[in-house]
Each structure stands twice: as C-alpha cells, then as structure tokens.
Design a protein around this ligand. Structure first.
Ligand code: GLN
Length: 197
C-alpha cells in the first residue's frame, strides 16, 4: 500500500523527516509518498502528518494564515496519526504558555518553551521510550518540556520532566527524532498504532 505522508513544510527538517517516514514505511512493506504542506488543500489527502520543529510562533502563524489549521484538526478527529516534534509539539499542544502561539489543541499538555536554557541549548541523551526496546538517541535543540499532562500518556522523561507524549493518534516529542538515522519514533507514531492492521 502507498501511504500519503504530509510534512508541514513551513520550517524545519522536512527532508530528514521524509526520509525517516519512507524508511519506516519500507520496513512494514509499505511505500510512503511524501507531500510538503504549505497551503490548504493537501492535508485531506494525507494518511499521516508530520509537524516538524522550527520556531513555534512562525509555524502557528503560517498554519492559521493559510487555513491549514482546521484541516489538521479534522485529520486528528478522523483518528489519523500525527507526529509533532519540538516546535511542532508546541504548536500541537493544548497550552503553549505563550500568547504568540495559537495552539492546535491536539495534545492535552501544557508546554514550557526553551526549557533547558541557553547554556544547554543543544544536547543528545539516550532516552527510555515506552514501546521501544532500547534507548533512543534523542537530540534536543532549544527544546521545550511538557510542564503538565492532562489526558495523555507520557512516553519518555528526561531528568524527571516529560519529553514525549501520546494523546490518541498524536505523538509529540520535545526532541528531534529525524536527526539520527534511527526511525523508531516515526515507526511508533505511524506504523505501530493507528495505521497498523
Ligand atoms: N525553541 C523553539 C520554539 O520555542 C523550538 C526549537 C525547535 O523546534 N528545535 O519554538
């Protein structure tokens, strides 16, 4: 089967995410056709969606200005999977704790942006993730943490603070799973759950 995979392409590692999705699909005997989402109209054709990192204020503004927001909300309401990473998670959250972000309210969490501070802007850490057998090499870049969790499951925590969560068909991570060649988070979000037969 060929899956249509939408990657919101306002900012961020669009091609790295596309590669990870294609690889994860291949392992399940599927093919992924990646569509870059910049305007309204293509989300309804997508089987799965990816919201990459970048700057959450910019991404949120773009999604609303282009009329993409209601299409993403409908996608999730239909039970189709989404992986939201870093700024993508901030945008997908119920509360980003920042008036400049108009949240999609898809993941029942409150976010603290840039929570690790300037001194530890970027770092990599092995992370135990629920559903994965071995630790995941997580790359954090000016990463948010999940300050509080409502009706959602925490999948991973770093130093006691949640950094990966699942709310129904949506998986959100504070880190950048596309920056390693380990695509188990894409696998977990797209192929081990809602799409799995
Ligand atoms: N600091 C960014 C924000 O708050 C997120 C960083 C990222 O996506 N790597 O929007």
């Amino acid at each position: 089967m060929t899956l249509t995979a939408g990657v919101v392409a306002v900012q961020g590692d669009v091609s790295e995410h596309a590669t990870a999705i294609e690889r994860a699909a291949g392992r399940h005997g599927e093919t992924a056709e990646v569509v870059e989402i910049r305007t309204a109209g293509s989300v309804p054709d997508c089987d799965l969606l990816l919201l990459p990192g970048g700057e959450s204020t910019t991404i949120s503004r773009h999604l609303h200005a282009e009329g993409i927001t209601p299409e993403i909300v409908d996608h999730v309401a239909a039970g189709k999977p989404v992986l939201a990473t870093c700024a993508g998670l901030i945008v997908a959250a119920a509360d980003a704790n920042d008036d400049r972000v108009d949240e999609l309210d898809l993941v029942d969490v409150t976010i603290e942006r840039n929570a690790f501070g300037r001194q530890t802007d970027s770092f990599e850490a092995p992370l135990d993730v629920t559903g994965l057998d071995d630790p995941f090499p997580a790359v954090f870049i000016r990463a948010p943490v999940i300050e509080s969790v409502g009706d959602a499951d925490v999948l991973a925590a770093f130093e006691g603070r949640p950094v990966a969560v699942r709310d129904g068909p949506v998986v959100g991570t504070s880190f950048h799973p596309e920056l390693t060649d380990d695509d188990r988070i894409h696998d977990l979000a797209f192929f081990e759950s809602a799409l799995a037969p």
